[in-house]
Design a protein around this ligand. Sequence first.
Ligand code: AP5
Ligand code: ZN
Length: 213
Amino acid sequence: KRLILIGPPGSGKGTQSPIIKEDYCLCHLATGDMLRAAVAAKTPLGIKAKEAMDKGELVSDDLVVGIIDEAMKKPSCQKGFILDGFPRTVVQAQKLDEMLQKQGTKVDKVLNFAIDDSILEERITGRWIHPSSGRSYHTKFAPPKVPGVDDVTGEPLIQRKDDTAAVLKSRLEAFHKQTEPVIDYYGSKGILANLHAEKPPKEVTTEVHKVLS
Ligand code: AP5
Ligand code: ZN
């Protein structure tokens, strides 16, 4: 399966991705995770991306299309993939179509994590992540067994630099202006499925399974 997860910050894309990945044996490509790794490693890509990310703005289409093009060549992605946080502009969506067309494949389904903006601040400001695995927790909705510590590795959890109420405002603005048109783009292709992303995580997983079965 070739899937796209689309939705505003905190809508649950990164929470559902590892579950979908296991259930359907797909690779998980999250442009946000890849960019954060590049920023932490201070690579040329990371240096270019950091400023926009800190402000909650989108990184340039060329940079993210380049990362995805490279990442999709991995052998683990040949059977299928989950794109989490990409495409986020109509230009990115068109570039993705071109890339897949060259391989003789196409996107099967786009899962739209539909949710009201008002729920997102609590989700974003309570999130703690394990940077190397991308696992995320929430102080209230998904607490780790030991506060501040990853369940699997025992390593410390951190908060994302852009997970503040102020930066969330810019991220939401970017979502409404630049990413909502991408939802319409896939809607007109007839491959869009809308999820009730405000429900508890397990219920969202059930909806995902229904859509994909
Ligand atoms: P990115 O990392 O993609 O961030 P985002 O889209 O803002 O999404 P989030 O990761 O914040 O939300 P999520 O939906 O994954 O939520 P999660 O499941 O963790 O992008 C970051 C930046 O990188 C962008 O701002 C941009 O600068 C750049 N970038 C990335 N891709 C780009 C692209 N294609 N083009 C240009 N720039 C790009 O959940 C959040 C919290 O809520 C967690 O704590 C979780 O435990 C909790 N939670 C999850 N589901 C539920 C639920 N159902 N009920 C209760 N709590 C829940
Ligand atoms: Zn995420």
